[in-house]
Design a protein around this ligand. Structure first.
Ligand code: C5P
Length: 385
């Protein structure tokens, strides 16, 4: 079942903002990940002048499954640092059309966020210090750029410009849980987490739709990293419709010793389809039905990725990884996005353990992760006063 398209079409944002007024801060319950539990004032929310008062919404949602309690006070305006978390993803379906005039390809993609996360912490830096990415830890941390080549850097510049702020002085640290250049949108997750964290640190009032529009300027997968869950993506992947999914799915991801370049994989797709008529990509009803039914067996059969053949052309050894997982009982195996990470759908945790050990034994596999989906999108998970 498909919901409404997200983000909604653009409606002259600056003009809209000029018509906005603010309501008094309300109080929302909040639990920070250090274990401290408290109550903080919600940000003043913009509402149309003369319209009904907006229902206050917390920017930092309570942690999953934890009922918020009340013992202390927080205020965004005095946050010294803000931490946001965003998930990696696998494309359950990735159907690709012929390259467009703007160099992008039209997609029909079913994005599925999984519980492998990037965490980005932002704090104000000294005046004139600019953007400093001063701490990267976790998975493949040494492969992460610390300069303007990092999407987090561009997110800070782009968000500051959107808010008419001067060039930002901000310190950023990143804790990585999603592979670099792995086809799981790790860089996009950093970018989405940075947008959410900076929006909060700067006390800005951009809502999710505003952030999604900023996100698209930064990368095709960034709007989905903000949204999370499971969603159909059309256009270049940015026209998102949340999908209804029953239960959760078990996944095993085998990361590769070397990454693959996304433009190179799309370029190989173009070469492979040269001279052929490429159909306009369409949502796959079998995928959507399996998600609604929460049926991992049906979903395993329906997994489909048009970038798999190009990825295998560039990295033929991935074929052995796919086959090893299937031989160990995976319900389905697929290259994740533009690869080279391979995703295995499994029935349950024992099934995950079998596939995990089969993949871990392969020379071309760097690391293996067992996890679940769907996971929530980018959100604030902590503040320090
Ligand atoms: O949008 P993003 O920066 O993530 O895209 C990286 C590259 O992937 C693009 O420059 C383009 O070569 C390719 N791409 C594409 N069609 C899409 C998404 C990405 O061709 N829908």
């Amino acid at each position: 079942m498909v919901g409404t398209v997200w983000p909604p079409p653009k409606v002259s944002k600056r003009a809209d903002r000029a018509r906005l007024t603010r309501v008094a801060p309300a109080t929302v319950a909040y639990r920070c990940p250090t274990g401290a539990v408290g109550q903080r004032p919600a940000l003043a929310l913009p509402v149309p002048r003369g319209g009904p008062p907006a229902r206050p919404r917390p920017l930092g949602a309570p942690l999953d499954g934890i009922a918020p309690k009340v013992t202390a006070n927080y205020s965004e305006s005095v946050s010294a640092s803000v931490t946001a978390r965003a998930p990696g993803k696998v494309n359950i379906q990735l159907s690709v059309g012929a390259v467009r005039d703007d160099g992008f390809h039209p997609l029909a993609s079913v994005f599925h966020a999984v519980a492998m996360h990037e965490e980005v912490t932002v704090a104000a830096g000294p005046a004139g210090s600019g953007i400093v990415i001063d701490g990267v830890s976790g998975l493949q941390a040494d492969e992460v750029p610390r300069d303007s080549g990092n999407l987090v850097w561009r997110a800070a510049e782009r968000l500051a410009a959107e808010l008419d702020r001067p060039a930002p002085d901000v310190r950023v640290s990143i804790a990585k849980g999603v592979p670099v250049a792995g086809g799981m949108a790790g860089g996009s997750a950093d970018c989405a987490a940075a947008l959410v964290a900076l929006n909060d640190l700067w006390g800005a009032s951009l809502d999710r739709d505003d952030l999604a529009r900023v996100a698209l300027d930064l990368g095709s997968d960034v709007p989905f990293s903000l949204l999370g869950g499971t969603a159909l993506g059309l256009g270049r992947g940015e026209l998102l419709s949340p999908l209804m999914v029953r239960g959760s799915f078990h996944w095993v991801f085998a990361t590769a010793t070397r990454g693959l370049s996304t433009p190179a994989v799309y370029g190989t797709f173009d070469r492979l389809v040269e001279g052929r008529i490429v159909p306009e990509p369409q949502p796959d009803e079998a995928v959507i039905a399996a998600l609604i039914a929460g049926d991992p067996r049906a979903l395993g059969h329906a997994l489909h990725n048009d970038l798999q053949e190009p990825a295998l052309t560039l990295r033929p050894t991935l074929r052995d990884v796919l086959e090893a997982g299937l031989a160990a009982g995976a319900l389905g195996a697929i290259v994740s996005g533009s690869g080279p990470t391979v995703a295995f759908l499994v029935a349950d945790p024992p099934g995950a353990a079998r596939v995990h050990s089969a993949a871990a034994g392969l020379e071309q596999v760097r690391a293996v992760f067992s996890t679940t989906g769907a996971a929530p999108g980018a959100r604030v998970v902590g503040r320090t006063a």
